[in-house]
Design a protein around this ligand. Structure first.
Ligand code: 4AD
Ligand code: MG
Length: 465
């Protein structure tokens, strides 16, 4: 028998083939019992639920049983039996047990008692073995799968945009430099600056902050594309909603205006929420009970409501006349802070809100300008407990306006020749947006810190693991 042949605990728990011999493999969650009988709760990550193993103590070597402690990895072969009492329907009467790896209780950091999320962040290499992180990472997988399924089913093509980029055109955030130059002794130009001509790519390169600009090139050929990849921002934002490395989903569509863009964003977010409710209910129930009693009702409320759509100007009017005590005051022209976004969603409208028509000054150069000369066809989607979950826009397709904006912002035109070519050749109205994957994961799981929905989070002063 090959070592991998076994029954997944998820399948064993739902099986009714009693008295059949099966093998399960996994990590011990707990062991209790007495001199005669041992009860081992085993988990293999296929489900949040453990299977109970019953072992007749005298039938096994003492030394083996002694090492079956929390965290140990074992293989158990035995009879699947219907279980009369307790929470479970089935259990396994062990015939043979093989120990793969013990976990010395004196040093294994995960013990039966619950640990704080803060502590578990410090042992991110072991936290996947907890109920909480098992649930979160299974949901994360399901969401990634659902994203690809949604776009595939709707005729979008998955385009891989570069992770190393030679342009800082987007301006979405501070970038991480990519270089192979010797930092202690970099080559210099005559005027004493670092000579990037001698660097690996012969120019300055960075990790991308967004796949959008290349995504636009794809959309203006394949009509509807999406990217789904890692993005990097070197801002010093130590908040529960920012990572230095996060994943972003960026659809980009030819022949979509801002209304079509909003419709897609709303449909997409609802689809993902429905998918989670339908496919992850056990894990969601666990998180709902453990962390956020409103979680499942919040997920349901989002799928059963039309998102509120308002202009930035309306948003500022609501905020200024709200009487609420904000840390940052709002006036027309100021950027909305997360406290304002959450006020609109949670206190005022009590549903997701899409804001359009932002001042051109606070948004990126590529957003389509409205005829008023002041605002752009940007859209931010704001969600309960999160604030901004999506940022997007219709794209500027008037090359003169685009070039004027690039000059105004002092962006080097020569870096963007390839981008401007789309506006010169076969130009088309088009739109797109970016969904922060971990922000979506915060919403779906109800967790309150983004470090807890990313397997190995990178934040200022932290790149452990
Ligand atoms: O609003 P942003 O900066 O938009 C863009 O990057 C556009 N190029 C997207 C597009 O139109 N194709 O970022 C998009 C989303 C935000 O709404 C937020 O959900 C998430 O990415 N995001 C972050 N998530 C985690 N950590 C950070 N530091 C994030 N910065 C943005
Ligand atoms: Mg944004």
């Amino acid at each position: 028998m090959s070592i991998k042949s076994r029954t997944k605990i998820q399948d064993a728990l739902t099986s009714d083939e009693f008295e059949k011999e099966i093998t399960v493999k996994g990590w011990v969650r707990t062991r209790r019992g007495n001199k005669k009988i041992a009860f081992i709760a085993l988990n293999d990550g296929s489900t949040i639920n453990n299977i109970q193993i019953i072992a007749d103590v005298p039938a096994f070597p003492e030394e083996l049983l002694r090492q079956i402690t929390t965290g140990a990895c074992i293989s158990v072969t035995g009879l699947l039996t219907s279980s009369p009492g307790g929470g479970q329907n089935v259990e396994i009467q062990a015939q043979t047990i093989e120990l793969y790896g013990a976990a010395d209780p004196a040093s294994y950091p995960l013990q039966k008692k619950g640990h704080s999320l803060e502590f578990l962040r410090e042992i991110a290499h072991l936290r996947p073995r907890t109920n909480t992180f098992g649930a979160i990472f299974r949901i994360r997988h399901a969401m990634a799968y659902a994203i690809h399924k949604y776009f595939n089913d709707n005729g979008f093509f998955y385009l891989h945009t570069p992770i190393i980029t030679g342009s800082d055109a987007e301006g979405a955030g501070e970038m991480f430099r990519v270089t192979t130059l010797d930092m202690n002794n970099p080559p210099k130009t005559q005027d004493g600056k670092i000579n990037y001509k001698e660097d690996f790519f012969g120019k300055e390169t960075n990790l991308t902050v967004s796949g959008q600009l290349e995504g636009e090139l794809g959309a203006l050929a394949l009509s509807e594309i999406y990217t789904f990849g890692p993005t990097f921002r070197a801002e010093n934002s130590n908040t529960p909603r920012h990572l230095a490395e996060f994943w972003m989903i960026e659809p980009e569509m030819a022949f979509y205006d801002i209304e079509d863009n909003m419709d897609l964003a709303e449909d997409f977010l609802k689809y993902l929420t429905v998918y989670a409710l339908e496919h992850c209910h056990e894990d969601l129930n666990f998180l709902n009970n453990m962390y956020d009693k409103e979680l499942i009702s919040r997920l349901n409320s989002v799928i059963n409501t039309d998102f509120m759509r308002i202009s930035y100007t309306e948003a500022v009017e609501i905020l200024s006349s709200s009487g609420a005590d904000f840390e940052f005051p709002t006036h027309w022209g100021s950027d909305l802070q997360s406290e304002h976004e959450r006020y609109l969603v949670e206190a005022h409208f009590k549903k997701p809100v899409i804001i359009t028509g932002y001042p051109k000054k606070i948004k990126a150069f590529y957003m389509k300008q409205n005829d008023d000369g002041n605002t752009v066809r940007a859209m931010d989607v704001l969600f309960p407990k999160i604030g901004e979950i999506i940022g997007g826009s219709q794209r500027e397709d008037d090359i003169n306006k685009l070039e004027a904006r690039i000059k105004e912002l002092d962006i080097p035109m020569e870096d963007l020749g390839w981008y401007l070519d789309t506006r010169k050749f076969g130009n088309a109205p088009h739109s797109g947006f970016g969904l922060g994957f971990e922000r979506m994961m915060l919403f779906i799981t109800g967790m309150s810190n983004i470090r807890d929905v990313m397997p190995f989070p990178r934040t200022p002063k932290n790149a452990a693991f």
